[in-house]
Design a protein around this ligand. Structure first.
Ligand SMILES: [Zn+2]
Length: 200
């Protein structure tokens, strides 16, 4: 179950003097308090939902929302509210999620760049992902690289989902047939999508 909701926190209070209170008729000091509401998931603020301010008469303790305030008090209210910034912590969850997405995109792009290098200069122990049958994937491990050829040993296991391939990438599974390809055949296998990815 995902626990989520909205919560308000006190952001700022400020005293404004010389404003008449409609309740006790004193030219008195009012305290205007600003609250920031935010949406949270598991107690982590995701994004802010706006600010709200109320005033309290320090003499009679009457509290007013904006619509109940006289013009003078509304003016003070608007100023204090405008000058109170929403804290960046109310965006904490969004910032973290954004950073994770950006990192994921960056990592995927970095991997794609690396794979181009890996294909052009294969190394012993490179792991090649490929589609081993209609609904399964498996890997090959490079065991030897010469001036014009690549030698690989096939993984004897296969798995249905490509992103789960790491589960069968175990030394003991590389006991199937060994075979060699020319460097051209090796590169061509990636161009034709028979080989899908390289991990180093
Ligand atoms: Zn008052």
């Amino acid at each position: 179950m995902i626990i989520y909701g909205t919560k308000g926190t006190h952001l700022h209070s400020e005293k404004v003097s010389g404003v008449k209170c409609d309740h006790c008729n004193q030219q008195n000091t009012h305290t205007i308090s600003v609250f920031g509401r935010y949406f949270y998931i598991y107690w982590i603020p995701i994004f802010p939902l706006g600010k709200k301010a109320v005033s309290e008469c320090n003499h009679c303790k009457a509290t007013y929302e904006r619509k109940q305030m006289n013009e003078q008090l509304q003016l003070a209210h608007d100023n204090v509210k405008r000058n109170t910034k929403t804290p960046i912590t109310h965006w904490a969850g969004s910032l973290v999620i954004g950073a994770l997405i950006a990192f994921g995109i960056y990592s995927a792009k970095q991997h794609d760049n690396n794979v181009v290098d890996y294909i052009n200069s294969p190394q012993v122990n490179d792991i090649i992902d490929y589609k081993s049958s209609d609904n399964a994937y498996s890997t090959l491990k490079i065991t030897k690289v010469t001036a014009d050829s690549v030698f690989v040993v096939a993984n004897s296991m296969e798995i249905k989902r490509k992103r789960k391939l790491y589960k069968i990438d175990k030394e003991a599974n590389y006991n199937a047939e060994r075979f060699g390809l020319s460097l051209n055949e090796y590169k061509e296998a990636f161009d034709s999508k028979r080989f899908l990815d390289v991990d180093r």
